[in-house]
Design a protein around this ligand. Sequence first.
Ligand SMILES: O=C1O[C@H](COP(=O)(O)O)[C@@H](O)[C@H](O)[C@H]1O
Length: 266
Amino acid sequence: MALSGVEKNGRELRIHENADELSSNLAEYIADLSEASIKERGVFALALSGGSLINLMRKLCEAPYNKTVDWAKWYIFWADERMVSKSHSDSNYKLTKDGLLSKVPIVHSHVLSINDSATAEQAAEDYEFAIRQLVRTRVISVSEINDCPKFDLILLGMGPDGHVASLFPNHSVLDEKVQWVTFITNSPKPPPERITFTLPVINSASNVAIVVTGGNKADAVHLAIDDVGPDCEVLPARMVQPGKGKLVWFLDVEAASKLEDAKFSE
Ligand SMILES: O=C1O[C@H](COP(=O)(O)O)[C@@H](O)[C@H](O)[C@H]1O
């Protein structure tokens, strides 16, 4: 690893030589958190994003993790989903099914289903209701600081514009304080209709990891992590600041290339 475990402005940074190294480190991190959650609570409640993240999770499907992880105790949620059919190439569910769910023995009924034939508004409402039921039965913990669900781990990607989940820069969705899940119908990145966790839910998680590769995201990484003045405080990725939880950024050297003070060792 080029740089590991560096603390910067309340975030741990793990910077990797390449995507392969990042993928190995990410698999180990997820497997360790899964083990700790299952030991403590009997289950592992994991929320996933789509995009490049799923391919970067590929090493989890390989030895030793395919055999050592207690997949039967996993529950899968979506940090965001695009409102298209589950078989559409834009669907985060399809991406995850092809890249992860079809390769490891996660229990089908433990994968939360988003209603892809409803409106975005109804799908968000149904999804939040389903999460509330699982909070009641303690499949998902509850935050001590508010009544939000406390996921064991939320995995986020980040777009070149600094968006995370479907929380886009300058969008009113960033101001949502009450709902756990909300919807948008005007995403600047297609497809336009999406549902997404809100910031209060993301910031209530026990662990959040933001996983980013590629030089086209280096500017956004810099704005999200470095001290660059008040304008950047509203960048969605920078607004990810779990109150009681731990935040780790998984980067490759290209994505980290514009960070101030990042000294890469061999
Ligand atoms: O639209 C989305 O974009 C982000 C980032 O995707 P990436 O391919 O640039 O990594 C993703 O995390 C989110 O889930 C997705 O809906």
